[in-house]
Design a protein around this ligand. Sequence first.
Ligand code: 3H9
Length: 692
Amino acid sequence: MSAEYQVQGNLAVISLNNPPVNGLGHATRQAIVQGISRAHEDAAVTAIIITGAGRAFSGGADIKEFNSPKAFAEPSLHTVISVLEDAEKPVIAAIHSVCMGGGLELALGCHYRIASPGAQIALPEVKLGILPGAGGTQRLPRAVGLETALNMIVSGNPVSSEKLAQTALFNQIAEGDLMTAATAFANQVAAVRPLPKVRDIRIDYPNYEAFLQFSRNTVKAMSGPFPAPLACVDAVAAAVSKKFDDGIQFERELFLKLVQTTESKALRHAFFAERAASKLPDVPDDTPVRTIKSVAVVGAGTMGGGIAMNFANAGIPVRILEMKQEALDKGLATIRKNYENTLKKGKLTQEKFDQRVALISGTLDYQEIAQADIVIEAVFEDMSVKQQVFQQLDAVMKPGAILASNTSTLDVDKIAAFTRRPQDVIGTHFFSPANVMKLLEIVRGKQTAKDVLATVLALSKKIRKTGVVSGVCDGFIGNRMIEQYSRQAGYLLEEGCTPEQVDKAVEKLGFAMGPFRMGDLAGNDIGWYIRKRRYVEKPHIVYSKTADLLCEMGRFGQKTGAGWYDYKPGDRKPYPSAVVNEMIVKHSADIGVERRKISDQEITERLIYALVNEAAYILEEGIANRASDIDMVYLTGYGFPLHTGGPMFYADTVGLSNVVRAMEKYAKGRHGEAWKPAPLLAKLAAEGKTFN
Ligand code: 3H9
C-alpha cells in the first residue's frame, strides 16, 4: 500500500504509506491522485487532509526510481501537485516530521499546511546534485521569502517547522495532537473560497537583482566542481524575474539537465552507498546488539586520544589506559587542548566543552577498565605489543565486553587468537585525525560474533562515522589499495616526475591531497616501518627506494619539518624541496632509468587504476561486501573526490573496458607485472558490465 484513503466524518484523509520515508514513487503518486478523485466524487467530503504514516510526512521523490522511466511516468510529481492545487475542495497537508524535497513541494501545492513543532523541513536536492524539480524553487520563495528560500535550497539543510511559523508556509504549528488540530482546521476552512494557492503569492524583494548577483558570486566560489548550487540560484532568480509558469518551465529544464550529470549520479550513488554499507548479508537488521554505556581506550597517543574524543562527543564516558603517568598526562592534555581550540573557534559551547572533558578520564590500571562495555586498543602497530595487550584484556575484561583493535594492517584473527574469546574480538580501524575523519573500517575476524558486528555498526552511527565492514587481509580495504597507489607514485618519481607534479595532477582531479602531501601529513616513517616488514615477509613486492632514501634523510614529514617537501616553522604549506628533487634524480640515474616527461593523464590513470585493480581483487575475495563499500572507504577516509563517486564508480563511468585497455598499455612499461587485470575486472570489462 503506498497511500491509504479513509473518510472520517466529512473529511477525506490520504495517508502516504510507502516505508521507510514515504518516498513519492510512481505507485504513491497514483494513489494520491486516486484519493483526490474519490474525495471529489464523494459529496459528503468537504475537505481533504494529506498526511504521512510512520516516521515521515515524505522524504521526497523516490530516489531509487531516478534511473528508471518510473521517475517521470504519469502521474508525475508535477501532475500530482497540479491536481492538489487545482482541487475544488480544500487540501490541507498535516506534517508531523520529515518533510523534504518532493514531499515539501507536494505540501506547497496544498492549499493549507499545518505542522508539528520540530518537523524537519528541507529541500535537500542540491545534496544529490540536482535542484527541487517539482516547483520547489518557485513556490518556496513565495512562501518563506527570497532569502530564507535561497538559503534552504542552496544548502539543502533542514529547518525546524517552528522556525518557519511566521511565514506563509504554515497556517498553524500544532502544539497538541496534529490530526486533531488538522481536523479542526479543515472544518474551519471547508467553506472558504477562493482556495489560497502559494503560486499566487507575490515575492516582494526590492533590489533583488543585487542580492541574487551577490549570492551567485558566493555560491560559485563555494561549489567546486558541482553545477547544482549555481543552478539553484538561477532557478530561484526565475521565481522573482519570471511569471510563475515560465519559472516552473525553467526549473524543469535545469532539473532534467542536472539529473543526467555525472556529479549527480555520483552523489546519488554515495547516498545509497552510505546506507548500504551498514547492511551485511548475513547479519539481519534485527540482530540483537550489546549495550554500550562505557568505553575504554588503550593508548593515549594521537590515535587513542582522537578515538576517545569520538565517544565523549557522543556523550559516552571513556577511560584511557596508559602504561606511564607521563604519557597519560600528555595524552589527556592534548585532548583538552583540542577541545580548547574548538571552544576558542566558537564551534563548541562552554557547557559542551565541560561535559566532554568530564567524560574522559585516565588510568594506569587494567582493573579500572575491566567493566567497560567495549575496549579499543590503540597501541604501537606491532604484533608482539598487541599480543601483550590482548592477553591482559582477556584476563581482566568482564564477560561480553567487546575487544577491538585499531590496527591498520595486522591480522585480526591472530590478535583474536591471543584471547579465549575470539568471538568478541573485532577490528575498529579509525583514520587520522580520528575525531575528524568519517571513516571507520570495521574488521570482521573469522570468528567475530554477529551481535558484535551489529553492535559496532550501530556504534559507528552513534559516533557519526561511516562504518564499512572489511574482511581480514593485509591493510584491509583502504590500506591494501593505497599500497598499490603509493607504489605507482614511487615508480612515477623514478621515471621522471617530481612529488609536486604527481600531487598536483591528482589534486586537479579533486583529490583532497596527492600521495606525497598525504605522506608528509601522516608521517613517512609509518610506510617505512611497514615496508621494512614487507621486505622480510613479502620480498617479491618491488617498491621504489625513493621513500626509504627520504626516511634515511630523517625527512618524516610535517612532524620533522621536512618530508617530500620543505616546511617553514608553524606553516603547513609545502614548498618543493631542491634536496629531495636532487635525491630523486640521482636515484633514477643509480638504477639506470632514463627520466622522461610524464603527462598528468598518465599520472592519474596509473594512480587510480592501481587502486581499482586491487579493489577488484578485494571484491572477488569477499574482503569487501560490495563495490560501493569500497567507494565509501575512499570517499570518507582517503579524500577521493566526491563528485566522482569513489574509485569503483569512477571506473564504471570511464568504462571498465577503457580501464583495462589503459592497463594493457602500462603493462608494457616498467614494473608491467603490476598491471595484470584482476580476473573480476577482466570479466566485467569483457562483458561490458560495471562494478556497481
Ligand atoms: C526529490 O525530491 C526530487 C524532486 O524535487 C523532484 C522530482 C521530479 N527515496 O537516511 P536514512 C531510504 S529528490 C528513496 O537511513 P534517517 C534510505 O535509502 C529527493 N529512499 O534514515 C534508507 O533505506 P534503507 C529529495 C529513500 O531517518 C531509508 O530510507 N529528498 C529516500 O536517518 C532510511 O534512510 C532527499 O534528498 C528517498 N527520497 O533519515 C531526502 N530517502 O533502509 C534524502 C530516504 O533501505 N533522505 N530513503 O537503507 C534523507 O535525507 C534521509 O533519508 C531522511 C531520513 C532525513 C529522509
